[in-house]
Design a protein around this ligand. Structure first.
Ligand SMILES: Cc1cc2nc3c(=O)[nH]c(=O)nc-3n(C[C@H](O)[C@H](O)[C@H](O)COP(=O)(O)O)c2cc1C
Length: 191
């Protein structure tokens, strides 16, 4: 199983990073190969809307920056982990920057096509979200929205662990319920 783990929090050792690392450790124990990317340590731009990726001679994003090697990993990835803090009711801007760049995987005029993506189906998507607010109904709209959009790229199974009421760095490490949910998710991913 090939896993790409993307960390969207700017806070080193923050709650979503702890969640991501916990899932990665569980998957590695089962023999998965994991590549990790900390977006805040990378230099990249958001999608420029240039449509260079849709030109006849091009199959991928034409921007060349730290996102380039990460995007190259996605076609062979079986499990994509997106861990992020909740900022203003959404993923962090670092994570949104990554999500916009996967627009490059759409085929030209994808809106007219049945097969919209250059990626193969059968991939799995995992969202790990950390939010300060303890109300789990708040921000429960984040993952359905992105699951639907990223799902068009062949991610036909999706999973989410939403850690609520984790405000300070390290809070999630004390939450046995969340760590357990992550372990359960790992078991489901391994099958
Ligand atoms: C800029 C900013 C915006 C935030 N917005 C929200 C929010 O909309 N809802 C919420 O519940 N918590 C919000 N928080 C709190 C974080 O989601 C919370 O501290 C979380 O544990 C951070 O995860 P991290 O440690 O992985 O970065 C915000 C924090 C910051 C710094």
């Amino acid at each position: 199983m090939k896993v790409t783990a993307i960390y969207g929090s700017p806070r080193t050792g923050g709650n979503s990073e702890v969640m991501g690392d916990h899932l990665v450790t569980c998957l590695e124990k089962s023999g998965a190969t994991v590549k990790k990317f900390h977006l805040n340590k990378m230099n990249y731009r958001g999608c420029q809307g240039c449509m260079g990726c849709k030109a006849p001679s091009s199959e991928s994003c034409v921007l060349t920056d730290d996102m380039t090697p990460l995007l190259k990993e996605i076609p062979d990835t079986d499990v994509l982990i997106l861990s992020s803090s909740v900022y203003y009711g959404d993923v962090t801007s670092q994570m949104k920057g990554f999500i916009d760049r996967i627009y490059s995987f759409y085929v030209p005029e994808f809106w007219l096509k049945e097969n919209k993506s250059r990626l193969n189906p059968g991939k799995k998507l995992v969202f790990l979200l950390a939010q300060g607010n303890a109300d789990e109904n708040l921000y429960s709209d984040i993952t359905p929205k992105y699951n639907r959009l990223i799902g068009t790229h062949g991610f036909d199974k999706n999973y989410c662990v939403q850690a609520c009421g984790v405000q300070l760095k390290g809070d999630v490490a004390k939450r046995a319920d969340i760590l357990e949910k992550i372990e359960k998710t790992a078991e489901e991913l391994i099958g």
